[in-house]
Design a protein. Sequence first.
Length: 403
Amino acid sequence: MSVIESVSAADRAAVPPLAARTRSIGGSPVRDILAVTARPEVINFAGGLPAPELFDADGVAAAYRAVLADTPGQALQYSTTEGVPALREALAARTSARGLPTDADDLLVTTGSQQALSLLATALVDPGDTVLVEDPCYLAALQVFGLAGARVLAVPGDEHGVDPAALEEYVRRERPKLLYTVPTFQNPTGRTLPAERRAALAAVAARHGLWIVEDDPYGELRFEGERVPWIASLQNAADRTVLLGSFSKVMAPGMRLGWLRAPAALRRACAVAKQAADLHTPTVNQLAAARYLADQDLDAHVARVAGAYRERRDAMVAGLARALPEGSAWNRPEGGMFLWARLPESYDATVLLPAVVRHDVAYVPGAPFHAGAADRSTLRLCFVTETPERIGEGLRRLANGLC
């Protein structure tokens, strides 16, 4: 009999199922909406997309040309898992200048700060562990912790962020492994956790043995007000806080460059997890970013971007009263990319979205950002992707779609 045998359809066994974790976690509604809003006629308030016309394309291109001309062998070669030394040194200097003394060896370069979050989930979270998050919370963080098999609980808060008293109660009762927070210009709400609350969170973590994961992709995009120190810079939190950073919102998201600053043992565990994931972040991208930091003035570029984003925020805030139904409420963030709106209680932002999209404008409903009970009357609006003129037109369309 031939070793090659045909099998009838009736005898064919089913292929093994997907892993349970992939069956229980859905896709990102934000990514799904972006697929719908890719048409140029759609005014997009949905995605967290930096304004592409504000990228320093010339400066970034010059940095790539320089590293490919000067060090092509290094730029196109494998690198160390921890990251290119020149980039880690530059990042350490920037972090130290902002009030958190940091050495290059304190940092692990990642393929976007999203990967840093995934590495931390691998290094810290066992299936069944409890993870605390904000309410509402960055959607992709909910996905990461869900895929890790965590039990995810949302800590109550208000317009200023997590309530420290509620956090204390949850920590005592639930014995969580970590708290995940975006304390500055949070995604999705745009709110900023005040300094006194940051200190209170650090004190809770110190008393009860809690890790704090402090995600800061938006902190440099401040339009007004005073900068609030990182939780990681507080004495109580120094040995138990992981700080995540990213170039996606200040340089270019397509470079996929992020980093984490963590205590040594946890950083080493994340490096092992990264070796298993992708060996290292692309060398040429790291070298180009390091060269950009050496040759260009990133702070001046960020200031220009923040100035443009402030105009766009102002345009959106000025038009919301005419765009949203009577009885709606919204905030006015001091920086970042997002604001949070709440429609009257009888409105469901998810149900209304298809009608709104038919008017060639889009937002993200607030419901998916909640780990617990969803507030279905809420929605997230990104104000940075569109120009002030298109924001005005988009709000007019939004008003028509919500009628």
